[in-house]
Design a protein around this ligand. Structure first.
Ligand code: FAD
Length: 480
């Protein structure tokens, strides 16, 4: 019996916003798709800060990839960590030695944190990117209050109740606002020796305003709103040291029990795998059709791709990743079906949103700008709309309604372990070591977290602010 010709094989690496959109976009195309990710769930990162601050549970913001794609017969989902790509042999290399042959490859591996050469800060100041980061941060925040309740020394109690967030982009602003609400409302009556309302929340930023990629008027609103919530906003500060006792920013020592990093990201190592040109943030410099130079069969999309459009780099936000995935699927489909190739990729920016706290958010739709309660309602509805799965939408809506009415935060579990912090506390209370050469790194870090989130559907198209710099030049594009 004659063997049927094999269908083209598409391998997609990463089941985030970009990879998932590419896989779905190929639903009715005669190809065999393999979607590989190192975790078995798709993560809705925009609400991760709510897990970190005990507002939502991890399963509210994550959904199993197999279940999302179970009805799409041409997709096979694999769990595995990709370690490289053999572009000449057209194979994806998995870290357990398996090799996955492809005819088309779509890489959508996102970003990771960067501490700009100060990697020793990572254990002290976790960033927020994965579910594990969120539960670790939740643990540290809640443990800080527990330890303060047990502390006998007043200075140590104050230190434990000081929370420093480095970077005032959307993630930093969201974290600062949510910690302030947790301390001032949800935990207010729960302790006896301490008054959680006296917690000090300090937001440190290298630039001269928060939410640096939003229009100045909205940045000003966000700063004032944070300050009304009791957050101390320190602008124009360079972080030069960060250790178990606290931080030094522009020469000022700030003893702190919890330090959170919202200041920088770097792309996944895809450029190295492919031997492709990369920008300074490590993102693959793709061609206008999102393929890699000299490899028209390899697409790189989402946060790990760098492309300048209309003089601006594509932003590292979910809509850009989704649109990239849809576009890659269209090109593959057209080629497989022998149709004309679509014109080059064009990213459409619909708007940028950031929430500050209860009843407070900012939205930049370009010509239309909003702030306050209405913006917050739109932010809430948009995020619920974009969550995957009816179950998650329902649970998050109910949870938010309940928390809104009661000011509570239901997911206050101290779970998992935190070896770094436990080792430190076993050594007793922390005397702030100050700016040790080991901690300060080369020249310190100028924190300028510039990142805009945009999850708005077909609303007014704005001249979007694009992500700007983190630590180097203010115009340098970064993943977000
Ligand atoms: C805290 C936070 C809040 C955010 N808020 C917003 C927001 O409000 N609005 C907005 O638009 N954007 C927001 N973003 C940005 C948005 O989440 C990203 O732009 C988007 O996720 C990028 O999609 P992606 O597909 O490129 O990568 P990701 O969604 O990060 O997906 C990458 C996938 O690749 C997998 N992967 C990585 N390396 C490997 C490997 N070696 N092997 C196998 N699998 C691998 C990962 O497990 C992951 O599933 C936020 C980001 C963060 C971190």
């Amino acid at each position: 019996m004659a063997r049927l010709p094999q269908r083209p094989r598409v391998v997609i690496v990463g089941a985030g916003f970009g990879g998932l959109s590419a896989a779905r976009g190929l639903a009715r195309t005669p190809v065999d798709v393999t979607l590989i990710d190192r975790r078995n769930f798709h993560l809705f990162q925009p609400l991760l800060y709510q897990v970190a601050t005990a507002g939502l549970n991890p399963s509210d913001v994550a959904w199993p990839v197999r279940s999302i794609l179970r009805r799409q017969a041409n997709v096979r989902v694999l769990l595995g960590e990709v370690a490289g790509v053999d572009v000449a042999g057209r194979e994806v290399l998995i870290d357990d030695g398996r090799r996955l042959p492809y005819d088309w490859l779509v890489i959508a591996t996102g970003t990771t944190h960067t501490y700009f050469g100060n990697d020793q800060w990572a254990a002290i100041a976790p960033g927020l990117k994965r579910i594990d980061d969120a539960t670790l941060i939740r643990r540290r925040i809640l443990m800080a209050f527990e330890r303060a309740e047990n502390a006998e020394d007043e200075a140590e109690r104050k230190r434990l109740m000081t929370f420093v967030i480095v970077g005032a982009g959307p993630t930093g602003v969201e974290l600062a606002g949510a910690i302030a609400e947790l301390a001032r409302k949800a935990l207010a009556a729960d302790f006896r020796a301490i008054d959680p309302r006296k917690a000090r929340i300090v937001l440190i930023e290298g630039a001269d305003r928060v939410l640096g990629t939003f229009p100045p008027e909205l940045s000003g609103f966000a700063k004032a709103a944070l300050e009304r919530m009791g957050v101390e906003v320190r602008l124009g500060r360079r972080l030069t040291a960060c250790d178990a006792g606290g931080v030094i920013a522009s020469g000022e020592r700030l003893p702190a029990g919890t330090i959170l990093w919202a200041a920088g990201v770097a792309a996944s190592p895809a450029a190295k795998w492919l031997g492709a040109p990369a920008d300074r943030a490590g993102r693959v410099q793709v061609r206008p059709d999102l393929t890699v130079p000299r490899h028209p069969d390899v697409f790189v999309i989402g946060d790990t791709a760098a492309l300048v459009q209309d003089g601006k780099p594509l932003p590292g936000i979910a809509p850009a990743a989704k649109q990239g995935g849809i576009y890659a699927a269209k090109v593959i489909r057209a080629t497989v079906l022998g149709r004309p190739k679509p014109p080059p990729f064009r990213y459409r920016h619909y708007g940028a949103l950031a929430t500050i706290g209860r009843n407070s958010a900012v939205i930049d739709f370009g010509r239309i700008r909003m702030k306050g309660r209405l913006a917050w309602l739109i932010w809430s509805m948009t995020h619920i709309y974009f969550l995957i799965g009816g179950r998650n939408r329902l649970l998050v809506t109910l949870q938010w309604l309940f928390d809104y009415i009661t000011f509570s935060r239901g997911a206050r579990l101290i779970a998992g372990s935190d070896p770094a912090s436990e080792q430190r506390s076993a050594r007793g209370s922390h005397r702030f070591a100050g700016c040790s050469p080991a901690a300060s790194g080369a020249g310190g870090a100028h924190v300028d977290h510039s990142q805009t989130w945009s999850t708005v559907p077909d609303a007014a198209r704005g001249t979007s602010p694009v992500p700007g710099s983190l630590l180097s030049s203010p115009r340098e594009p970064s993943a977000y």
